[in-house]
Design a protein around this ligand. Structure first.
Ligand SMILES: [Zn+2]
Length: 267
C-alpha cells in the first residue's frame, strides 16, 4: 500500500516534466524554423504575436480565431506519456533526466524536419554536444567517435548518390521539355543528423541504426505511393522522402525501446 502510494504520487514529477518538455519542443518548433532565434511565437495563419498566457494555455488566436495545430497536442501528450515511461524504465546508462532531454531533442528535430524539411544548424550544434555526452555514457569515447564517423560516411555516400541521381533526373526532365527541380533524396542536414545519431548509438550499432532508418523510410514511402496510386492522386514516381525523421525514429527505438528492435540487431 505504502509502495503504491509512493509510485502514484511519484508519477506527478515525470508528468509535469514531460508537459513542460512539450511546451519547450512546441515553442522551438514554432519559432526556430522562421526566425532562427528565441523570438515570440506568432499565429501561423495571421502572424499575430501570441501573449505568453494564451500561448501556454493553447488558446485560439485572438486575431483570426484559428486554433492551435494538432501537432501541438500530439507533442504535449506524447511527451507527457513517454516521460512517465522513461521514469519507470529509464534508458540504459542515461537515467531519467538525460533520457528526457535526449527525447526532447529527438522530438524537436523530428517535428521541424517533417514540417519544414529542415535540419537547423543551431539544433545540430546542440545535438552534437548532447550526442557526444550521451554516447560517452552509453558506450565510451572511442565507440562514440567511430559511430559518428561511420554515420557521417554512410549518409554522405547516400548523399553523393542522391546528387548524381538528381543530375540524371534533371537531364531527363529537360529532355522531356519539363522544368528541372533540385529535389534531393538526402540533404546535407541528413548527413549532419546521421553523424549525431552515430555519436549516440556508437560503433557497431550505428550502421544498423542508419540502415534501419533508410529501410523504414523506404517502406513508408512505398506505402504512401501505393495509397496515392490507388486514390489516383499519383503524379510523379519521385516523391521526396525526408529521411531525417526516419533516422530519428530508428535511433529513438534503439535507445528507448531496445526490446522492440533487439531481434533485428545482428549479434
Ligand atoms: Zn491568427
Amino acid at each position: 500500500m505504502e509502495y503504491n502510494d509512493t509510485v502514484e504520487s511519484g508519477l506527478v514529477i515525470p508528468l509535469i516534466a514531460g508537459w513542460v518538455g512539450g511546451w519547450i519542443v512546441n515553442y522551438l518548433a514554432d519559432v526556430l524554423p522562421h526566425t532562427r532565434r528565441f523570438s515570440r511565437p506568432t499565429c501561423p495563419h495571421c502572424n499575430t504575436i501570441y501573449s505568453w498566457q494564451d500561448y501556454l494555455l493553447f488558446r485560439a488566436c485572438r486575431s483570426c480565431g484559428n486554433r492551435r495545430t494538432i501537432r501541438t497536442w500530439v507533442v504535449q501528450l506524447f511527451l507527457a506519456a513517454f516521460s512517465v515511461y522513461i521514469w519507470i524504465s529509464p534508458p540504459a546508462h542515461l537515467g531519467f533526466a538525460l533520457g528526457l532531454i535526449l527525447l526532447l531533442y529527438f522530438t524537436m528535430d523530428f517535428v521541424i524536419d517533417l514540417e519544414h524539411r529542415l535540419i537547423l544548424h543551431t539544433t545540430s550544434i546542440f545535438g552534437a554536444f548532447l550526442g557526444l555526452g550521451v554516447g560517452f555514457l552509453r558506450q565510451g569515447l572511442s565507440s562514440t567517435l567511430i559511430g559518428g564517423a561511420v554515420g557521417f560516411g554512410m549518409v554522405f555516400l547516400f548523399y553523393l548518390f542522391g546528387v548524381l541521381f538528381t543530375k540524371i533526373r534533371a537531364r531527363r526532365l529537360q529532355s522531356a521539355g519539363l522544368e528541372a527541380d533540385d529535389e534531393e533524396a538526402f540533404g546535407a542536414g541528413d548527413v549532419i543528423l546521421a553523424t549525431i545519431i552515430g555519436f549516440i548509438l556508437g560503433w557497431p550499432l550505428t550502421w544498423f541504426g542508419i540502415l534501419f532508418g533508410v529501410l523504414l523510410g523506404g517502406v513508408i514511402s512505398v506505402l504512401i505511393m501505393l495509397i496515392l496510386f490507388l486514390s489516383r492522386r499519383f503524379q510523379s514516381w519521385m516523391v521526396f522522402i525526408p529521411f531525417g525523421p526516419f533516422f530519428i525514429t530508428s535511433a529513438f527505438l534503439i535507445v528507448y525501446l531496445p526490446q522492440l528492435v533487439k531481434f533485428l540487431v545482428p549479434k
